[in-house]
Structure formats: C-alpha cells, structure tokens
Design a protein around this ligand. Structure first.
Ligand SMILES: [Zn+2]
Length: 122
C-alpha cells in the first residue's frame, strides 16, 4: 500500500481490485480455501472409498447414500462441490447423508440404482 493519504489509498485499492494480479490472487486464495475444506470433509470419511478402499483423493467423490443427489442439489443449493463442503462443515449432521466413493464405485452405484437419467432405460 503505497499511500498514507486515505483518499489516495482508497483510490489505489479500487484500481488494484481491477488488476489481473488481484483477480489471480483472489482465485488462488479461493482454490486454497476449497482444497482445505475438501481435505477436512474427506478426512471425516477416512480419505478412502467406502466400497473398495481406493484412497487417491483426486478420484474420490462425495456420494448421496440415498441416491437423491440431483434433488438435494436443486433444493438445498449444494450444486457445486465447494458449496457442499461449506454446508456440511457448517452443519455436521449433513455428513451422515453422504459417503465417500471413488469415481468407479460411484458410477457403478448410479448404474445399478439407475440414478442417472441416461441409465434409466438400460
Ligand atoms: Zn471404490
């Protein structure tokens, strides 16, 4: 912050917020916050797939145990994963609605339960 004068300082901040560096820093900060929330949520579930034990968190996904994910995303605003992490960390009783599955087990579960509309008529 280069200015001691309040008005110049405010003007400098307004200009700074329009810069690419500011937006990049904000995006990095947001990604770090989301990664920390993801790690905290996944740690609750033991950082492994509840079905097969796969433990690479890059391929682990939160799965609605009851299979009503689409309805939950629409009605409760859990559309994006970071929103889901935020909500379950604020209200930890929501953690019981989910389990951690690897991508393979999650898709196999969807197919077996015909949860995905493309799989309903197969
Ligand atoms: Zn699995």
């Amino acid at each position: 912050m280069p200015y001691k004068n309040k008005e110049d300082r405010i003007k400098w901040h307004k200009n700074y917020r329009d810069t690419t560096e500011y937006r990049r820093d904000q995006a990095i900060s947001k990604r770090k916050k989301i990664a920390a929330m993801k790690l905290e949520v996944f740690t609750h579930y033991g950082n492994k797939c509840a079905h097969c034990g796969f433990s690479d968190i890059r391929a682990l996904q939160m799965d609605h145990i009851d299979g009503n994910g689409m309805k939950d995303r629409k009605e409760n605003g859990m559309g994006c994963s970071h929103m889901r992490y935020s909500k379950v960390l604020k209200d930890r009783t929501l953690l019981e609605k989910f389990q951690l599955l690897c991508a393979n087990c999650n898709w196999i579960k969807r197919a077996e339960n015909k949860e995905h509309k493309a799989l309903k008529y197969t």
